[in-house]
Structures are given as C-alpha cells and as structure tokens.
Design a protein around this ligand. Structure first.
Ligand SMILES: O=C(O)/C=C/C(=O)CC(=O)CC(=O)O
Ligand SMILES: [Ca+2]
Ligand SMILES: [Mg+2]
Length: 410
C-alpha cells in the first residue's frame, strides 16, 4: 500500500499498520495520534478538519471529535468495534490518497519531536501463564520436587491479577525493588539480587462487558481493540519467597512496561495462524479456540540480542484467555489489559525471561561487549521488539518496549 507520506522501507509503521498512541509536543496537550513511518498523524488535528466525521458518527448520529483530544485512548476504545473499524478504514484512505495531503500535512509531526505517553488508562490488569515451555521451566526451577505443570494447566488458562497502577510506558526507568528474600536460607530484606524480565504480548480491552455475564471466544475481536508489547519485570528472589500459596505479589507488582503504540487487531489479520492442538479438549466455554498470532519478538540486553521468543506457540489463545477471565461473571472494562504470559520456546534462544535463559542463574550469557550476566545489573537496558506479517508482504511492527534499571532506593 502506498502513501503520500514518506515511509522508510524498514519502518515498523507502514501505511497499513497505523497503531494508536498518546503523544504531546513541547509540553502541550496530550492527544491521540497514529504512527506512520517516522511521523505521527495527530487524530485530534485530523478530526478538527471534519475528515473523520462520518467514521465517528455513532448509532445515535452523534459525532464526537473530542475523543481524540484526550490524554488516553479510552474515550475512543469505549465507542466499540464499529467505530474502531470505520475510523481505521477512513484513515487508510486518508493516508493513501494524495488529495488529502493539503488538509493533513499540518497534522503530521516527526515522531522524534513528540513525547509518547501511556496510551491507555489501565483499568484492571491480568497476567496469564500460557506458554508451556515457560510454565514447565518455572515449575522445574521453583518446585523441583513436583511435576513441572500442575493438573489445571492443560484445563484452563492459569493467570493472576496484577497491579494496573504500576503499568508504565516504554522508556520509563525501573527502580530496582527491595523486599524479603532468602539469603543463605534466611529471610532478609534488601534490594532484589535476581531482577528479571518477562517478554509478553498484552491485549487491550475496548468494549466493556456487564458484570454477571461472560465474553465468549467468538466475541474476542469485538471486545479487544489491539495489542502491545509487555515487559513484566520480575524480582525472582522476592517472588520465590512470597508466592506460596497465593501466587505472584510484590515480586512483580513494582513495574510492568508496555510499548506506546497499540496495534489494532485489524492490522494483525494477516498474522492469524491456527492455534496449537489442545489435549485434552477444553471445556465448552473455551471453544471455539480462535486463532494464534504469528508474532516475532526479540529481546535485547544492552543492545545484544539474547533471545527470540516464538509467540505463535502460545497454548491458550487470547480469545480463550478472555473467555476464561469472564466465565465467572467478572466484567471487563475499557482499558483492561491482559498479558499472554512469558513468551517462551526451546531454550536458550527462545527464552522470554532470564530465569530460563540462564537456567536459574547457573548458565551466564555473554553480551556483545564481552560482559557476562545472569540477572539484571543497575544501568542495564532491556528492549523488546516485535513484528507481525502484514498484508501483501508488508511487516507490521509493534515498535519497542524499553526500560533501564536504576539502583534500589536506600
Ligand atoms: O509458577 C510460578 O510460581 C510463577 C510463575 C511466573 O513467574 C509466571 C508469570 O508471571 C506468568 C507468566 O508470565 O507466564
Ligand atoms: Ca508475567
Ligand atoms: Mg512486573
């Protein structure tokens, strides 16, 4: 697909991606934009031209241009699938057809000139555990005397409720957490000595569901707006001491980073692939399973690529995760985020966390500068990138989620 906007060949943001984010320029108002090439197209400015009016008209005939003059995507997300779809179709036209250039040229800003912000006001946050390789490896490392997978794992997508308020946008520094962990077998309070990452993909809920009802797998694409990259920073020593029997708590809640650009599910249509076979056959409420997505992730540690976790192998689909999350009547709200679980394949090259990559710290990795690591050192920077196949041989990029570790506060 061609555009009157210049797009470098290797850009993660070709004209058929158009991921949504929140930007500001020179300390000005935060507003909605889509990324395209090296630029962003302000949707606040685009809406003001009137060129989005038809797409924004809702079932009551109301056109609310102000949903793009907002500090989060939530006012747009709550409009629902028909508006998301109409706006996307219209934007694809506007960036393709050169006759719109005079009206829209001034709505374009260089991406390097804007600040990106957390794109979504995150309502609730859930983290799943849906990669068999990861769950098996964590079981082997944390519970060596038990079967790696508990009997529930192949019956339902295991997950836990995380902390929505500590989700931060890519680029935010991460202060090393402190907590109680075992040192020579004795609990001791202090900075985490085993600070880790988890490379994941997050799904952003747009359409809310009423409490007391559930969302079936076939309603996934009308409920979930899009996807982001997630780094679920994890303090393994704090986690290992605290997690029994109620699961992850302070070992993970200090920070979770997400990429700034929410890729709409509609941009990922060409990345849909059949989900892996499931044995035993899942409960009825988890069927039909829906599809997997063929995303490619890469984890860079201070600029050295240390793994490429394969996303297509996720055992439970995102549609099944949503169905499970709501099967008890729990509602979802606009802005809810649920993450896939650590993306992992055969180690070491497929590992989505350093617990697996270094086998619990036993097998150091050597970075390109010759230094060795098992867990994160202060000053280390982790960058996770992701791409998906797009239509007609294009590549849909997620951009990146990056963060640098600061020393623990005294
Ligand atoms: O098995 C455990 O006790 C802990 C598991 C995790 O650390 C996993 C978690 O955060 C879920 C995931 O990302 O897959
Ligand atoms: Ca996680
Ligand atoms: Mg975390």
């Amino acid at each position: 697909m061609t555009s009157w906007i210049e797009i470098p060949a290797a850009s993660p943001f070709p004209a058929n991606n158009l991921p949504y984010g929140i930007v500001s320029k020179d300390g000005g108002r935060r507003h909605v934009a889509v990324a395209i090439g090296d630029q962003v197209l302000s949707l606040a400015a685009t809406a003001n031209t009137g060129l989005l009016d038809d797409a924004l008209r809702d079932e009551f005939g109301v056109v609310d241009r102000a949903i793009f003059d907002a500090p989060s995507l939530n006012p747009f997300l709550v409009k629902g699938f028909d508006v998301w779809h109409a706006v996307r179709v219209r934007l694809l036209e506007l960036v393709a057809d050169g006759s719109y250039e005079p009206a829209l040229r001034s709505a374009l800003v260089a991406r390097s000139d804007v600040t990106v912000h957390l794109p979504v006001e995150v309502a609730d946050y859930v983290d799943f555990y849906s990669f068999e390789e990861h769950a098996g490896n964590v079981g082997r490392l944390f519970r060596p005397n038990q079967p790696p997978l508990l009997p529930n794992w192949h019956r339902l997508p295991v997950g836990y409720h995380g902390r929505a308020g500590t989700i931060v946008v890519s680029g935010t520094d991460i202060v090393r957490p402190s907590g109680q962990r075992l040192v020579d077998g004795e609990p001791e309070y202090g900075p985490s000595l085993r600070l880790d990452i988890e490379a994941e993909v997050g799904f952003v809920v747009g359409t809310p569901s009423p409490q007391g009802s559930s969302v079936s797998t076939v309603d996934f694409e009308r409920t979930v707006f899009g996807a982001v990259l997630v780094n679920d920073w994890s303090a393994r020593d704090i986690q290992a001491f605290e997690y029994v029997p109620l699961g992850p708590f302070l070992g993970k809640s200090f920070a979770t980073s997400i990429s700034p650009w929410v890729v709409p599910l509609e941009a990922l249509a060409a990345a849909r692939v059949p989900a892996p076979a499931q044995d035993p056959v899942p409960a009825d409420y988890l069927l039909p399973a829906g599809n997997a997505y063929d995303l490619s992730l890469a984890v860079d540690w201070n600029g050295s690529t240390v793994s490429r976790p394969p996303f297509a192998g996720m055992y439970w689909t995102a549609a099944q995760q949503l169905a499970h999350l709501t099967v008890n009547g729990a509602s979802v709200r606009t802005g809810d985020l649920y993450a896939s679980g650590t993306v992992s394949g055969p180690r070491p090259g497929g590992s989505g966390c350093f617990l697996e990559l270094t086998w619990g710290g036993a097998e150091p990795v050597t970075l390109d500068d010759g230094s060795e690591r098992v867990f994160l050192a202060d000053g280390d920077t982790i960058t996770i990138t992701g791409t998906a196949p797009g239509a007609d041989g294009t590549t849909i990029g997620f951009g990146e989620v990056t963060g640098t570790i600061l020393p623990a506060r005294g």
